[in-house]
Design a protein around this ligand. Structure first.
Ligand code: BDR
Ligand code: CA
Length: 311
């Protein structure tokens, strides 16, 4: 199996990502690290521990990470309810997080893994930026980074910025300039992978706690429990388990760091030839990111149901 670490802000759809990663036979979830995003970091840690317990994986190490972005204050998302998990009344976890912080845990697990690890951040990129800056020696132990964040088209936190990048734009900029292969699983594909209300209902009726939780989380969507639920962050994990379902193109990506209405926007350069201003002065040299441009949404929805629901 592919060794993976998920860095998350659990989070309704981060929880779906964890449930899928624990269950997929092609993935070896070696650790989970937590960061402030959808809710405060202590709540994220408790939510993550609870989800892993429900998934029958109570021993995967969980690290508590950054309480706030590099420059911005922490600004919880309004989308995931008061507890960051859709207010489903889930139990508190039985165990505490690891006694090392998220960045140290990432470093430890990266160095301990017999094979380079795929990192899957599904949250603001604060922990990942701190890791890359404080322990650059681990870069060689990272196979690639497949992150949920950014958008080619319109945003969700603002008209142009996606929540994870908008929450900590400087951290996203550190990631995008890192010397590792990067895949951007942005909002354009994120929104497309949905599970029909009927399937979510069947999951809720399952005898298996992880499948039941997935069904309840999918029912948290804006249209109510009977309508289709979005896989969200779990789609990024599907993309690691089954890369053939995703169409990507290597493109230059830059984060807007300027204050104002475009802050946090991922500017994806889809042009095929130099612009008018660049013909004489040259194009800015930027690293390329594999940007997800299309997804086989049915394939990932089926993969999720087969993996988590045993369908
Ligand atoms: C991202 O923001 C959060 O609300 C979700 O968990 C996802 O990671 C989508 O913009
Ligand atoms: Ca998330």
């Amino acid at each position: 199996p592919v060794p993976v670490i998920i860095d998350c802000d659990t989070g309704v759809d981060d929880a779906l990502a964890l449930l899928f990663a624990v269950r997929h036979p092609g993935l070896d979830l070696r650790a989970v690290t937590c960061v402030a995003g959808n809710t405060d970091v202590d709540r994220v840690v408790r939510n993550t521990l609870t989800v892993l317990e429900q998934a029958g994986a109570p021993r995967i190490p969980v690290g508590r990470g950054a309480e706030r972005p590099l420059l911005e204050p922490a600004r919880a998302s309004g989308w995931h309810g008061g507890d960051g998990m859709g207010d489903l009344g889930l139990p508190e976890p039985a165990r505490a997080p690891a006694d090392v912080d998220a960045v140290s845990l990432l470093r430890r697990e990266l160095l301990a893994s017999p094979r380079p690890v795929t990192l899957i951040p599904t949250a603001p990129l604060t922990n990942i930026a701190l890791l890359l800056r404080t322990h650059p020696e681990v870069t060689g132990n990272i196979e690639r980074i497949v992150f949920m964040g950014g958008a080619v088209g319109s945003g969700n936190a603002t008209a142009v910025a996606e929540f994870n990048v908008w929450h900590d734009p400087e951290a996203a900029a550190v990631l995008l300039t890192a010397d590792v292969p990067i895949t951007m699983y942005g909002l354009d594909v994120f929104r497309q992978v949905v599970v029909a209300g009927e399937w979510a209902r069947r999951l809720r009726a399952s005898a298996e706690p992880g499948a039941r939780l997935a069904g309840r989380l999918l029912g948290h969507g804006p249209d109510g429990p009977e309508e289709a639920g979005c896989l969200g962050d779990a789609g990024a994990v599907c993309a690691v388990a089954d890369p053939a379902g995703l169409t990507t193109r290597p493109l230059p990506v830059e984060v807007c760091l300027a204050p104002g209405p475009a802050r946090g926007q991922t500017i994806v350069d889809r042009r095929t030839r130099p612009g008018e201003s660049e013909v004489h002065h040259g194009r800015r040299g930027q690293a390329l990111v594999d940007v997800a441009l299309a997804v086989d949404a049915e394939r990932y929805a089926r993969l999720f149901l087969e993996t988590v629901g045993g369908r």
